[in-house]
Design a protein around this ligand. Structure first.
Ligand code: HEM
Length: 427
């Protein structure tokens, strides 16, 4: 078997399947052979070139002219006719947002819409996030056992996402179903039957986004990224277009919600699996921001991203023809020992942790990174203070929604002896 550049496909490359359990359970481990032997390879099962080393992944993120982000939200599994018809019934017309827009349109929009992400603006969300976190913790604190994902880590980032966008907090459960459908629709491998159900949910999500937008247009005053974008549309109608606003409403919910929910679940799992690190941050909360960053490096919620080559080019020693699709595995890059010393150690004192590529890099680097960091920090501050004795329920099996990119356990069972709660001993 040969790759599109005429080179033979190695047996490991021929076997690679990101929808199988090795990659789902541990992406950096599943790509170790590639980092060591074949850092750029063609995957015939996927029809993509896969890139696994830090320097290559970073360079691809950096050069958004040769490596266009246009396919970042393309469905990775071809859609059946029936599913396409279903989407058509809902007038589904997801267009470019920011993340998959080329220059110069991308940078004009990014600049026009940046204000809501400044640290000063983000401060508006902190009191709400603090009280929400305490409220959810109050609900479980005397139970002694909880599924952190179901009982907290899914809903709080969703509420924060809606707050950030300026959307009223309603239809939470429906939105939860919709956003999972969006992930499967974009990065998953649904069967033919599943595709239709997924398309139904995605179509409803699209319509919902449109309705909320219409409501907001009637009064776009006040805080919220979408409201701000509607106001900016009046000033810059050619840059902030109608189609963009509708797509942004839907993509914005997913970008802000699932990424952060998964990152938080990964973080709790990882810290509780590394007890000495957990105990360190309980003893010294000033270490929490470092711990957040190291968890984002070690077990980020976005494992891989996509680009398409706009010209014949090379990545390292590998020739890549124009039009090639690339799956760049940031989770693997973050464990590359060419860049991170002892990358498989969770080390919250590491001095180059923030070099990780979980938020991407360059012109498209995640705009919401500081909001995500703030959420993760506040969760840790609350838990290390109120439940330092927290531990994982032993022998649980972690499951993941099979897809290439968004990664976090569907459930995370933790337990604690409620008689040891610091606030019971010292109310
Ligand atoms: C873009 C990851 C949270 C909004 C991105 C990209 C990644 C990413 C990988 C693409 C970067 C690139 O192409 O170079 C994450 C992770 C998060 C997170 C891991 C949580 C831990 C958020 C939040 C928001 C957000 C909370 C919104 C409030 C965006 C936007 C873009 C983006 C608007 C597009 C930026 C552009 O193309 O210019 N994010 N994200 N993200 N993210 Fe995030």
């Amino acid at each position: 078997m040969t790759a599109p550049n005429g080179c033979p496909v190695s047996p490991e490359a021929a076997d690679f399947d990101p929808f199988e359990s090795a990659y789902q359970l541990d992406p950096p481990e599943a790509l170790r052979w590639s980092r060591d032997q074949e850092p750029v390879f063609y995957s015939p099962k996927l029809g993509y070139w896969v890139v696994s080393r830090y320097a290559d992944v970073k360079e691809i993120f950096r050069d958004n002219q040769v490596f266009s982000p246009a396919i970042a939200l393309e469905k990775i599994t071809p859609v059946s006719q029936e599913a396409q018809d279903t989407l058509k019934r809902y007038n589904y017309a997801m267009n470019r947002t920011l993340v998959n827009e080329d220059e110069p349109a991308h940078m004009e929009r990014r600049r026009a819409l940046m204000e809501s992400f400044t640290l000063d603006e983000l401060k508006h969300h902190e009191p709400m996030l603090q009280s929400l976190t305490q409220e959810y913790l109050d609900r479980i604190i005397d139970k002694g056992e909880a599924d952190l994902v179901d009982e907290m880590l899914w809903e709080i980032p969703l509420t924060v996402a809606l707050h950030f966008l300026g959307i009223p907090e309603e239809d939470m459960d429906t939105l939860r179903e919709y956003s999972i459908a969006h992930t499967v629709n974009t990065w998953g491998r649904p069967s033919k039957e599943e595709q239709v159900a997924v398309a139904e949910a995605v179509g409803k999500f699209w319509q919902y986004a449109g309705k909320v937008l219409e409501k907001m247009r009637q009064d776009p005053s006040g805080h919220g990224w979408m409201k701000y974008a509607i106001r900016m549309q009046k000033e810059l109608p050619d840059i902030v277009t109608d189609s963009y606003l509708h797509s942004m409403m839907m993509a914005g919910i997913v970008a802000a919600h699932e990424t952060t929910a998964h990152a938080s679940a990964n973080m709790f799992r990882l810290l509780l699996e590394n007890r000495e690190v957990w105990d360190d941050i309980c003893g010294n909360p000033a270490l929490i921001p470092n711990a957040v960053e190291e968890c984002l490096r070690y077990s980020g919620s976005v494992a891989a991203w996509r680009r398409i080559a706009t010209a014949d080019t090379r990545i390292g020693d590998t020739e890549i023809p124009k039009g090639s699709k690339l799956l760049i595995i940031s989770a693997s890059a973050n464990h590359d020992d060419r860049h991170f010393e002892n990358p498989d150690d969770l080390d919250i004192y590491r001095d180059n942790t923030t070099d990780h590529l979980t938020f991407g890099y360059g012109a498209h680097q995640c705009m919401g990174k500081n909001l995500a960091r703030m959420e993760m920090r506040i969760f840790l501050e609350a838990f290390t203070r109120r439940l330092p004795q927290l531990e994982l329920v032993p022998d649980q099996t972690f499951t993941f929604v099979p897809n290439t990119s968004f990664r976090g356990p569907e459930h995370l069972w933790v337990r604690w002896d409620q008689r040891q709660n610091p606030e019971r001993r010292d109310p």
